[in-house]
Unconditional design. Structure first.
Length: 238
């Protein structure tokens, strides 16, 4: 009987430990840190397809699931922050982009150069691959409702990928762009990001692997160990 009681006690202790561990894991995932994978090239070279990220959810205040309540933020989002967020046109998915426009900012782009409040920006992280063409897209027409001089140019406004604005960012809204500017679906096409939709800040690459069909850098199909980007593991995201 003593052996049976000991076994039962041991099972209870291990069960309790597993339950506590599971609860802590869920709480950490909901409110502290969450894993995220990069599926597209819209943030290259900052983030690469196949990067696995740890996302800090406490920085901007994590949302309590099923409510509109947030835990207190450490700080508010800033221009230049890379963020994970829910985009307005697809709120059930997570996107990652860089904040380039804050509430109240006047933004424009002139021949690929971002202009913020009248000042051309030096963006060393931005990447441009297409230097010979520009693209007019019908999804960009939403910008006409936010022009800095709405009355004068509304009917003649034809924005393009590399030339648009000036537009004014509304209160409690943010304008985001992918660092890979010629290959990014971002605020240029679907609009501003609400403060309530910002979920966290990706801060660390904990693993990175090249796709088997990606032959850039002289590497193509091969074993997993041959495709791991060892130099990116532990890379801090800025």
């Amino acid at each position: 009987m003593k052996i049976v009681r000991s076994v039962v006690r041991g099972i209870r202790e291990w069960t309790g430990l597993l339950v506590v561990t599971l609860v802590l894991f869920v709480l950490l995932r909901l409110f502290v840190v969450e894993a995220f994978t990069i599926p597209t090239a819209s943030m290259e070279r900052t983030l690469l397809v196949g990067d696995f990220l740890l996302v800090n959810k406490t920085l901007y205040g994590a949302e309590v699931p099923g409510t509109a309540v947030r835990i207190p933020a450490i700080r508010e989002p800033r221009r230049g922050d890379v963020i994970v967020f829910r985009p307005p046109h697809d709120p059930h998915r997570d996107y990652v982009k860089r904040i380039v426009g804050m509430p109240g900012d006047t933004l424009a782009m002139r021949h690929k150069t971002l202009v913020v409040n009248g000042v051309p920006q030096d963006e060393p992280y931005a990447r441009y691959l297409d230097g010979r063409s520009d693209a007019v897209h019908p999804k960009m027409r939403w910008q006409s409702d936010h022009l800095a001089a709405a009355g004068s140019a509304h009917g003649r406004y034809v924005p393009s990928r590399d030339n648009w604005g000036p537009i004014v960012v509304p209160p409690d809204r943010y304008f985001v762009l992918g660092d890979n500017r010629d290959n990014s679906e971002d605020s240029r096409y679907w609009g501003f990001v609400g403060r309530e939709d910002i979920e966290g800040h990706p801060w660390l690459v904990y693993f990175s692997v090249r796709h088997p069909r990606d032959r850039r850098g002289g590497e193509g199909e091969g074993a997993l160990l041959d495709r791991i980007r060892w130099s990116r593991i532990g890379h801090l995201i800025r």
